[in-house]
Ligand binder design. Sequence first.
Ligand code: ZN
Length: 512
Amino acid sequence: MTPQAAYDELVRRSRERSLLVSCIELLGWDELTYMPRGGVENRSRQMAYLAGLYHDAVTDPRQGELLSIVAASSLVDDPTGPAAVNLRGWRRVYERMSCQPKSLVEELARATTTAQQVWTTARQNESFAEFRPWLEQVLALVRQQGECLRSVGRIVNPSYADSIYDALMQDYEPGASVPQLEKLFSALRPELARLLDAIRGAKRRTSGAILRRDYPLDRQKIFGETVSAALGFDFDCGRLDTTTHPFFSPIGPGDSRVTTRYNQNDFGEAFFGLLHEVGHGLYEQGLEAEHYGTPLGESSSLGVHEALARLWENGVGRSLPFWRHFFPQARELFHQALHDVEAEEFYAAVNHVRPGVNRVRADEATYDLHILLRFELERALLSGDLAPTDLPGAWNEKYRDYLGVTPANDAEGCLQDGHWSAGQFGYFPTYTLGNIYAAQLLASARATLGDLSGQFACGQFATFNDWLRERLYRHGQRYPAAKLIENATGQPLDHRPLVEALRIKYGELYGI
Ligand code: ZN
């Protein structure tokens, strides 16, 4: 078989797997939006069936042979050419999937399915003790998985320090390493702590009370759709629906779906949740359709995906120019709630800082502190330095230390996130990486696109979106995430633009 024929066969297989994933996505989207409760059993059978087909397709030994033929050929001479980019992506998935014994994969799937159910009830009962045995079991399996992955880790990042955590993290942020994150996060933490101290000591106070007035749901939906479309979200190639836990679902080219959750007495919940998901959606809508079904047409990493979401949610949606443009429309739609409010007041309300115990509800100033402490705790759990039984105590101590708050119970504390019950260790850092990438991107766009604030204040977002498409979206997985951001911004990975942006925003708002 010629290398070209092997490559063509790999592309065909890759496209076929993408169709399978697309069907899984669509069924998953339906399950969380419109499926009647009675459909649960049949849906889980459909999902398990398709997941089995996917696993077989990915680990097919023939896949390994084809990959070897292409790897040894001149097709991959140019490391940023389609063949080399796609080969790296395929090999990563193939090697990572095939190094894990099927028994381990099945056991992990079984354990995490139950662990997630137990976690839900344990959280309702505010009882970590109920969840602990399952956390122990998941941890033991994830450690085994990490050991397998460690053996193939060097393919992904030759320089990485080969801890289990490094190996696991490659599923979420290929190319990232613990030493790199430790350096970045240990520089970020004192800056965030200083900012929080200054806000706490500020004479000027803000309040989020305006956001808890009466916002009719049908009008929230109209406003959300209007803004999403103005930002560039294409409703001919996407939908907005309602769900309990908002998410974004990339069904395929021409079909990106966002969801949100409305609360009549909390404007921010649906609106900023929506902007976040629209940010994910704009990224997927900006990928190159001609490369669909291959790594070159797929998003780079979770961190980059999150960066785009946070960029539109916070960098754009929580900025004053944005509200200078949209506030008059909001006041007209929500006349009862906002007739006595000015744009500046509303802007202050959507940026109100209140250190709390909950990550998802955290404001921009404190959000990353929630992540940094999870990064420490999950590494300690994996290495065995922290026994699961000591997790609630360690969790609460970190919250006192980082944020000066103490969860009232385990539900508010170490049971608030579902990641660990799903076996996702190494996922959390991608949120803060996303914030760091987002700040770097915004700073660079400001430097190259002229008066970006002026454009936002006029409701013009197309130039910014085009800039992101040119420098980011269209590259798919051509570069590892950190390199992609470096190419886009001209700067290596750096926490300072994030610190600087927060300092400027909160400096003005709080007079500090
Ligand atoms: Zn997100």
